[in-house]
Design a protein around this ligand. Structure first.
Ligand SMILES: Nc1nc2c(ncn2[C@@H]2O[C@H](COP(=O)(O)OP(=O)(O)O)[C@@H](O)[C@H]2O)c(=O)[nH]1
Ligand SMILES: [Mg+2]
Ligand SMILES: [Zn+2]
Length: 337
């Protein structure tokens, strides 16, 4: 049977669409136009948008997964009971916030933790900057992140084309995934950058048979050819993820959490107790830094919350954590950084 390489470009539950990876006349990687329906035998191949697949044709526009190639990274969220894959092989997270409706600071914090843990770049987009009323409030919540060095851009997908244009260099040649609640303007940003996005969204939704549930699907949109390619020969893409309210990180161990808080790094090992939970222990270097205004109190609150949610508390010491066992087929390559 015909085997070929493809990219998983849309997922809706366990339904996937993929596009053939081909080459253009200059040898650059190119995605085939045709959407291939992908079936997954049993549970062994759980895919994420961004996955490189080895497929085998089963009919003209259908195929089954032979193999999911090792991933550079895999973004997912999980609570005590289940995990949901967001996307894989991404270069960057674009956190989309808006002046209104008010966004969840907790979700922003968690997205930042996920980015750090996966060593993925992160850029904060404050959309609807045309709505001035809540602008100051939104800026105030974002400020600690700007202070930690995360880039922040204020944009208006609807009313400020220049603000959209100005971000081209940030997304060009990279695979970026949108993370944000619904109503923040992810689709509006996508449509502002990718002219055929609306049409492709429609096509994905027909082929995935999502019915009205278009917003629970993850979809991959290649950036316009006219933008040119990045240094790596890639066009780059935007991945529209479903708007979510929760970003559970129960799969992260305490040690992973510590390292995912950028501003805690210099303080690790400086608390009196090596296993300090930064709660009420004496001589806690993290708490002292909060008191000196060097760490935002919300960040310590978030750390404590994530620590208590962690389902993999000390299992690192016992070998493989439950979460990793469960996702053992989702092997990731060691990070390049
Ligand atoms: N005022 C204003 N409204 C916007 C802007 N961007 C998006 N919206 C509106 O916000 C709502 C949600 O946008 P949408 O792109 O669907 O958000 P998504 O759920 O994150 O994909 C829609 O009614 C948009 O018209 C903006 O820059 N300014
Ligand atoms: Mg949307
Ligand atoms: Zn401490």
């Amino acid at each position: 049977m015909d085997q070929f390489h493809a990219l998983l470009t849309a997922s809706y539950g366990r339904h996937y669409l993929a596009q053939r990876i081909t080459k253009d006349s200059l040898g650059n990687p190119m995605l085939g136009q045709e959407l291939i329906q992908v079936s997954t035998p049993a549970k062994q191949h759980i895919g994420a948008v961004g996955d490189q697949l080895l497929l085998e044709s089963t009919s003209a526009d259908q195929a089954r997964i032979i193999q999911i190639e090792p991933r550079e990274n895999l973004l997912y969220r999980s609570d005590a009971f289940k995990s949901k894959l967001i996307a894989s092989n991404v270069d960057q997270i674009l956190v989309v916030l808006a002046t209104q409706p008010a966004f969840s600071p907790d979700l922003l914090g968690r997205a930042v933790v996920a980015a750090e843990a996966n060593q993925i770049d992160l850029h904060i987009l404050l959309n609807k900057s045309d709505l001035k009323e809540n602008l100051a409030h939104a800026r105030k919540i974002i400020e600690p992140y700007a202070r930690m060095g995360y880039p922040v851009s204020e944009v208006s997908a609807k009313f400020d084309p220049e603000s959209i244009e100005a971000l081209r260099p940030v997304i060009q040649g990279k695979v970026s995934v949108f993370v944000g609640q619904s109503g923040m303007g992810k689709s509006s940003l996508l449509n502002a950058w990718v002219p055929n996005a609306a049409a492709l969204t429609q096509e994905y939704s027909v082929r995935l048979d999502t019915g009205k549930h278009t917003t629970t699907a993850c979809r991959y949109f290649e950036l316009p050819e006219a933008w040119g390619r990045g240094a790596n020969g890639k066009l780059g893409a935007l991945i529209d993820s479903p708007g979510f309210q929760e970003f559970g990180l129960a799969h992260m161990s305490v040690s992973e959490l510590q390292h995912a808080f950028r501003e805690f790094k210099d303080l690790l090992g400086k608390c009196r107790f090596h296993n300090c939970a930064h709660q009420s222990e004496p001589d806690c270097a993290v708490r002292e830094a909060v008191e000196r205004n060097e760490i935002a109190p919300e960040r310590l609150t978030l750390f404590r919350q994530l620590r208590s949610d962690s389902k993999t508390a000390d299992t690192q010491l016992q070998g493989i954590s439950q979460a990793k066992q469960r996702w053992s087929t989702l092997a990731t390559k060691p990070s390049k950084r």
